[in-house]
Design a protein around this ligand. Structure first.
Ligand code: BG6
Length: 483
């Protein structure tokens, strides 16, 4: 992958994602010397900013959100790369002005017409922007063109297909980078090499020994000021369709060392293709839908979802989803995957837990012994833990003990840094391809319909808790519990 001089065009440059994630990511890449030698960055938004005001906003975002401390000696050099363009995505002239600005900067800086378009905009605008970029020639330059699209990619199977069809008319599949920032988390990116570098781990992780896999992404935050989006999306679209199903695919593909079919490695598409479909009428057997009520998080009172500003009084929207997933693939048949995600839970944690079989556990001699577990912690910390049974001499009983292995290095790059760096170099390994996205929506679609038609109950859980009790029953029915 080669880094070439280019123009980075950011649609939605005055938005929240830009301030919190994208400017800091670009800045940290700059500090690490991972930007192209010469890069022109053009921010687009509806607000009436001058270049100076725009650069001030960027500086402010760096002071608030950058991982690395802002270095005053070189800050100006970084900010100098940015220009601002007032932009109304629905006006054709706006694209012509944009083209002129991009070209002017390309000439000033003497860089080729390599253009990367980052769409961090309302989902309804993606289609129109992409086709206008094409129609007005902005994305038909003499260099390469790439399009990064933020989620949500559609709001159901049909809209995702339409969006993809329309994007496909103006960008080639290999030019489209569908970003899922969970694929940028360092631990997720390292799953493959982790097992390769540790054959001991690899030899444990095979289907004769694993009893089930549990993936959790819990958050303490609520919906912040995103009610307009969230009350229509719910956890199922916001987290499950993309982040959690990607974690299922990454875990199923990379964790077992022996996942080979005819000597070639199984890929993520094969896994998502193998998910046993959910039948709408039976969704309640495999899916738990929850919503938070008022409660307490870390000793502070927290309002219930229906009391949040902008949420409908009797909203039935899901802020929590748990699911049992069966993977009909030779390596995973008979090993359930359980996933869960929720807002306003007791802790912020993203983790994968692998539980092992232990058929001898019922014997008197092994009293107190619990299943062995491997836990891969993805955030907020990164670590691998192993739970083993050690005998306590005083009580003569086994006690489960955790060993926690981590590098203790705090200075890990953020997901957006890793993903932007890849996109700048044209490496799409950690971006979702269309087939994965389509199959994820296919699996989710009956669940969306079951929610829509109210075919499964909405379970309430207090803010600050571990989610609805019904989610525990989902595992208990199979003889397991959440770890
Ligand atoms: C985003 C969702 O994609 O991921 C948010 O839209 C969620 O609702 C966020 O809070 C969680 O990301 P992370 O990296 O904090 O786990």
């Amino acid at each position: 992958w080669v880094m070439q001089d280019m123009t980075f065009v950011l649609f939605g440059a005055t938005g929240d994602l830009a301030q919190r994630k994208l400017f800091p990511a670009l800045y940290n890449l700059y500090l690490d010397n991972k930007l192209p030698d010469t890069i022109s960055i053009v921010g687009l938004g509806r607000r009436n900013y001058t270049d100076g005001v725009f650069q001030e906003k960027i500086e402010k975002s760096l002071h608030t959100y950058s991982r690395k401390a802002v270095q005053s000696a070189t800050l100006q050099e970084f900010l100098e790369k940015f220009r601002y363009c007032i932009f109304d995505a629905t006006e054709t002239e706006a694209y012509q002005q944009l083209d002129e600005l991009i070209e002017k900067r390309e000439n000033e800086l003497g860089i080729p017409q390599n253009r990367l378009f980052y769409l961090s905009v309302a989902p309804g605008l993606i289609d129109g922007i992409a086709s206008n970029l094409h129609a007005t020639g902005v994305s038909k330059s003499s260099g390469w063109n790439r399009l990064i699209v933020e989620k949500p990619f559609g709001r159901d199977l049909e809209t995702a297909r339409t969006l993809n069809h329309n994007l496909g008319k103006v960008f080639k599949e290999e030019e489209i980078y569908r970003i899922d920032h969970y694929l940028g988390k360092p631990m997720v990116q390292n799953l493959k090499t982790l097992v390769m570098a540790n054959p001991v781990l690899g030899s444990l992780l095979n289907h004769h020994q694993i009893s089930n896999v549990q993936i959790t992404a819990s958050e303490t935050v609520g919906i912040e000021d995103r009610a307009g989006y969230y009350d229509k999306a719910g956890a199922i679209r916001d987290m499950v369709q993309n982040h959690l199903l990607q974690l299922v695919m990454m875990t199923a593909v990379h964790l077992p060392d022996n996942l080979m079919v005819n000597t070639s490695r199984v890929n993520k598409t094969e896994i998502i293709e193998s998910l046993q479909p959910i039948v709408k009428e039976q969704a309640h057997q495999n899916i738990i839908r929850g919503q938070y009520e008022s409660g307490e998080i870390q000793d502070s009172p927290a309002a219930g979802y229906r009391e949040e500003e902008g949420v409908a009084d009797l909203s039935k929207n899901d802020t929590y989803v748990a699911a049992r997933i069966a993977i009909d693939h030779p390596s995973w048949r008979g090993i359930p995957f359980y996933i869960r995600t929720g807002k306003r839970m007791n802790e912020k944690s993203t983790q994968i837990v692998i539980e092992f079989e232990n058929r001898a556990m019922d014997s008197e001699m092994l009293k107190g012994a619990a299943p062995n577990l491997v836990m891969v912690e993805i955030s907020p910390n990164e670590s691998i833990s192993l739970r083993v049974n050690l005998k306590d001499a005083a009580s003569n009983q086994f006690k489960p003990v955790w060993t926690n292995l981590s590098t203790n290095s705090e200075d890990q790059p953020e997901a957006y840094e890793l993903l932007l760096y890849d996109a700048l170099r044209g490496n799409s390994t950690f971006f979702a391809n269309w087939r994965e996205v389509e199959l994820s929506w296919e699996w989710i679609q009956p669940v969306l319909e079951a929610f829509q038609e109210d075919l499964l109950p909405l379970h309430f859980y207090p803010a600050g808790s571990k989610g609805p009790r019904a989610a525990n029953e989902l595992l208990m029915a199979d003889g397991y519990k959440w770890w």
